[in-house]
Design a protein around this ligand. Structure first.
Ligand SMILES: NC(=O)c1ccc[n+]([C@@H]2O[C@H](COP(=O)([O-])OP(=O)(O)OC[C@H]3O[C@@H](n4cnc5c(N)ncnc54)[C@H](O)[C@@H]3O)[C@@H](O)[C@H]2O)c1
Ligand SMILES: [Zn+2]
Ligand SMILES: [Zn+2]
Length: 372
């Protein structure tokens, strides 16, 4: 039996999202039907809207969903109806990366997250009787109901019952990416300096995680003074506006160079400048969506001579449930106060929420589809 839902359809940059009725397919054995309570909006949703990523349009986006399980496919053992869940990216479970618990680098990432259909090519959604691209990051959670998979659905332990799902929703992408880049990928060492370029969701999560790791100093760089002020409240010891010679100010503050430079802007020049600030053995971590035609240039002698690293990082090297639960434990302990980044909007205000995010007024907009 098919299930009906309302979903926000994205038709590209020049069109507002419109909420329209859709039909969800019957569940495959590994799939989970989730009644969506809330979903964060991430810059990556907008990169798809703007055709910067190879996802077919029109499409139902949304990849920071949280909700309640309504039904499970015949093979699902880890979730049951009524469970509180949060969703993240999807992966195949049987490739050289998945085999070593590195699912963000799944060899089959594209078909499982970005193809618009299931990995086997079958649609999970229909609109007016025709297939609609969905299964975005294995969820498409800008909707009142979504089909997710056992591999990307995390059942929340009861100790998190006091955290509302409309707070937990964004943990599965931007927050995990910034925190995981610091804690898992770059493995930031206590006492070493870090500079974070771009203080959006990803950068703020990195700053909070750098504080957990004991990095010092923690330098935030952005063009938005309000975000820089918030970054200081969340753990940055210094905050520089990129328009005020931030590079020169960092050089003066840490003349020996940075242990870590973390770029979330995806801007070529920012990354190259950040790389130029690294101390020997320094790591430049890169996560921002960039123009597919962009190439980076680094000095070869400095690259080799100082043992420096340029590290592309996807999804904060998260291994799924264990890392998300670790982050929620940090939150409960008061060390990862990501609630400070969130502003809620009703589902039907999706276009206003995107506008507020793009204008820099809101760091992490979260849409509310329904009450828990
Ligand atoms: N690799 C991954 O796994 C992954 C996961 C999530 C998001 N992303 C990408 O990471 C990037 C950041 O995501 P976000 O949600 O934090 O976005 P965001 O737009 O909220 O944050 C980017 C920040 O960069 C700032 N900025 C712009 N120009 C700047 C400059 N010249 N110098 C310094 N700061 C500047 C902006 O003011 C903004 O605060 C996006 O490109 C997103 O697509 C990647
Ligand atoms: Zn895989
Ligand atoms: Zn995202």
């Amino acid at each position: 039996m098919t299930t009906t839902a309302n979903a926000a359809i994205c038709r590209g940059h020049d069109h507002p999202f419109t909420i329209e009725p859709v039909e969800l397919a019957e569940l495959a054995p590994d799939e989970i039907l989730v009644r969506i309570v809330a979903c964060g909006i991430c810059h990556t949703d907008l990169a798809v809207r703007d055709a910067q990523l190879p996802v077919p349009l029109p499409v139902v986006l949304g990849h920071e969903g949280a909700g309640i399980v309504e039904a499970v496919g015949s093979g699902v053992t880890s979730a049951k109806p009524g469970d509180r869940v949060v969703m993240s990216f999807n992966s195949c479970g049987h490739c050289p990366s998945c085999d070593v618990d590195a699912p963000t680098y799944c060899y089959n990432f594209f078909p499982h997250n970005w193809s618009g259909s299931r990995a086997d090519g079958t649609p999970t959604m229909h609109h007016n009787g025709a297939p609609m691209a969905a299964n975005f990051f294995g969820q498409s959670a800008f909707a009142t109901k979504a089909i997710a998979h056992e591999r990307n659905t995390i059942v929340l332990p009861e100790r998190f019952n006091s955290i509302p799902l409309d707070m937990i929703a964004p943990i599965g992408c931007g927050l995990m990416t910034g925190a995981g880049a610091v804690l898992n990928a770059m493995q930031v060492r206590e006492g070493l300096p870090i500079a974070v370029f771009g203080a959006g969701t990803v950068g703020m999560a990195a700053i909070m995680a750098a504080k957990i790791a004991g990095s010092s100093p923690i330098i935030a760089v952005d063009v938005n003074d309000d975000r820089l002020a918030l970054a200081k409240e969340l753990g940055a010891t210094h905050a520089f506006n990129a328009k005020d010679d931030a590079i020169g100010q960092i050089k003066a503050l840490v003349p020996q160079g940075l242990g870590y430079a973390f770029d979330t802007t995806g801007i070529n020049k920012v990354i190259e400048d950040a790389w130029g600030l690294l101390a020997p053995k320094g790591i430049c971590g890169i996560v921002g969506a960039s123009d597919p035609a962009d190439n980076l240039t680094f000095n070869e002698a400095a690259f080799m001579g100082g043992g420096r690293t340029v590290m592309g990082i996807l999804g904060g090297n998260s291994d799924g449930a264990p890392f998300l639960i670790e982050l929620l434990d940090h939150h409960v302990a008061g060390n990862f106060p990501f609630d400070r980044l969130i502003r809620h909007f009703d589902f039907h205000e999706i276009n206003e929420a995107i506008e507020a995010s793009e204008a820099g007024h809101v760091v992490k907009p979260v849409l509310r589809m329904a009450a828990e």
